[in-house]
Ligand binder design. Structure first.
Ligand code: SF4
Length: 456
């Protein structure tokens, strides 16, 4: 994905105001569904605490559980591969494809393969890759990356989907009936499933105790791919491991309630061993995760189960869109994970937050997201990755906030300037903050002055 700084990309997204409003409302609707689903369970907070503790325990014993998983998976007839980074991950998959003389691959949703840029890598080597999640297929047709980890095409309206399908699937022009479009996609994908010898899936949870893994989808496309193909490759980050099968009872209850407000994913498919005549492979990938594990302040970010609740609640994500984060994993959690991989490239992301804390409040595994964003800001500033104008501005603000009399004087001056020269403070060239904002009408007095007069 081409890198455009978050604030600039958000500015571009904000040009289309009706789309921004609709994007904002749609994701807030999903957030409200999450709230209803969570509030229906009196034990919700207990489940969150349990999920957090299980993940904490797994991360503290990652080496042990990964080896246990490898041993049990191998016993079950699954071939386990290890990849230090995205490059190795892609090479392993290409080798398997070439060894088996496969030309076409079907792939269900896997943010890890997006993170490793698997699709462009395979396509460049002459392999046809068909994304089978409906949203992912739509964005693949449009040569766009997913803009959301659960709802990949959430930035598009149904008319745009209709136009895309008309161009690629020859559906009736202008027909944007979702049922009609979904059926067209179904027929199209069914052909791909039947013709494909190799299916790639992600992994939601890998169970050390059994050597099996679980893939959650709402469309059943992972199952269709894996059951129709003679080779199944599952790709997982090292943090997907959980110790025991009974832990699934916690995670499956919180995952989809947090993601879409459903009680459970339509398909929570358990894979334990290849069926007779089938090959099953699992590629376990690090790609910077152990580095993050070694950062005490950010270790907890590896608890993430990719539910996207933090995206849906984030006022910045909802009004800046997924592409403005220029990474496969966007939103608040992406703004913590991506600087770990490359501080210089992702120095803008921890600043794309109001630090309101809503992300931490909804996170089903209790990641302290907004605290970590704040900590990244400090590290990035200390390491010299932040523009000097921002550093000077922050130092100035810190000085003003630390001196009450200066703060009061500056407040008075700002109120005077807002009333006397409103265009000066709202000058969008000198004050980028005012670009998407209407500055308020200045009150005659500060709250403190009002309070002293009326309540003092
Ligand atoms: S950080 Fe928490 S809320 Fe955000 S995607 Fe991960 S698990 Fe979900």
């Amino acid at each position: 994905m081409q890198r455009v700084e978050h604030s600039k990309a958000a500015e571009i997204f904000n040009i289309d105001e009706p789309r921004v409003d609709w994007h904002d409302d749609t994701l807030w609707f999903v957030r409200e569904k999450r709230d209803k689903a969570a509030h229906q369970l009196p034990e919700w907070e207990t489940l969150r605490e349990l999920a957090s503790q299980i993940k904490n325990h797994s991360l503290s014993n990652l080496d042990h559980y990964l080896e246990e998983f490898e041993m049990n998976a191998t016993k079950n007839g699954i071939t386990v591969h290890w990849a230090a980074d995205g490059k190795e991950h892609n090479q392993i998959i290409l080798e398997l494809i070439q060894k088996n003389k496969v030309q076409r691959v079907v792939k269900s949703k896997s943010m890890l393969t997006e993170e490793c840029h698997l699709n462009p890598y395979l396509i460049e080597k002459g392999i046809e890759v068909v994304d089978t999640d409906l949203g992912e297929r739509i964005v693949q047709f449009r040569k766009e990356p997913p803009s959301h980890i659960v709802l990949p095409a959430i930035h598009l309206k149904k008319q745009e989907v209709s136009d895309t399908f008309h161009e690629h699937l020859h559906t009736e022009k202008g027909n944007n009936d979702p049922q009609y479009l979904t059926e067209a996609a179904r027929v199209h994908l069914r052909d791909k499933f039947i013709q494909s010898q190799l299916a790639i899936t992600g992994v939601n949870f890998a169970i050390a105790e059994t050597g099996g893994f679980v893939v959650c989808t709402n469309e059943g496309n992972a199952d269709m791919g894996a059951h129709a193909a003679s080779i199944h490759i599952a790709c997982m980050g090292i943090e997907k491991i959980i110790p025991q099968a009974q832990d699934l009872g916690v995670f499956l209850r919180v995952l989809t309630r947090s993601a879409t407000g459903q009680p459970i994913t339509t398909y929570s498919s358990h894979f334990h061993r290849p069926r007779a005549g089938q090959q099953m492979h699992i590629v376990i990938v690090d790609n910077g995760r152990t580095k993050q594990l070694g950062r005490p302040d950010f270790r907890n970010s590896l608890k993430c189960i990719r539910c996207a609740a933090c995206f849906n609640t984030c006022p910045v994500y909802r009004r800046s869109g997924g592409f403005s984060y220029h990474n496969a994993v966007a939103g608040p959690i992406g703004s913590i994970l991506n600087p770990n991989i490359d501080m210089r490239e992702n120095a803008d992301l921890p600043f794309a937050s109001t630090l309101c804390g809503s992300c931490s409040h909804v996170c089903p595994v209790k990641i302290d997201i907004h605290d970590q964003l704040w900590k990244w800001r400090q590290i990035l500033t200390a390491e010299g990755y932040v523009a000097s104008s921002k550093k000077v501005g922050m130092k100035g603000m810190a000085f003003v906030l630390a001196h009450p009399s200066i703060y009061r004087f500056v407040g008075k001056m700002a109120r005077w300037a807002l009333t006397t020269f409103p265009t000066l403070l709202a000058n969008r060239k000198f004050n980028p903050w005012a670009k998407q904002r209407e500055l308020p009408i200045a009150p005659k007095e500060s709250f403190r002055e009002w309070f002293l007069k009326n309540k003092g």
